[in-house]
Design a protein around this ligand. Structure first.
Ligand code: SF4
Length: 96
């Protein structure tokens, strides 16, 4: 249904006949870390994320996995090859 609260006109899965079903009755504005992300949209009531209703929670344990402005550094070995973190963990567990 179309949002009737903070992002009017936007089709949202939290919107019901009885209003917004998200915790608190509306989505929460972006946090400082979100600045520069391509998923930030400005509305009358402030800046909100287009994909997540509670941005602060996305940044609680590290960086937001939806962020478009964060570059993840890929670890490389001595030969300059990329290290697959899953394979590296598996290898390390075999050595124990
Ligand atoms: S995708 Fe993540 S970083 Fe970007 S606006 Fe949404 S919560 Fe913030």
């Amino acid at each position: 249904m179309e949002c009737q609260t903070n992002k009017p006109g936007v089709n949202c899965s939290f919107m019901t006949k009885n209003g917004c079903s998200f915790e608190g009755g509306a989505c929460v504005p972006i946090v400082e870390q979100c600045e520069g992300c391509g998923k930030v949209t400005e509305y009358e009531k402030g800046k909100f994320c287009t994909v997540y209703p509670y941005p602060a929670l996305k940044w609680k344990k590290g960086h937001c996995n939806f962020a478009t402005h964060v570059k993840i550094e890929i670890e490389k070995d001595e030969a300059g090859k990329k290290i697959n973190p899953l394979k590296a963990a598996k290898r390390a567990s075999r050595k124990r």
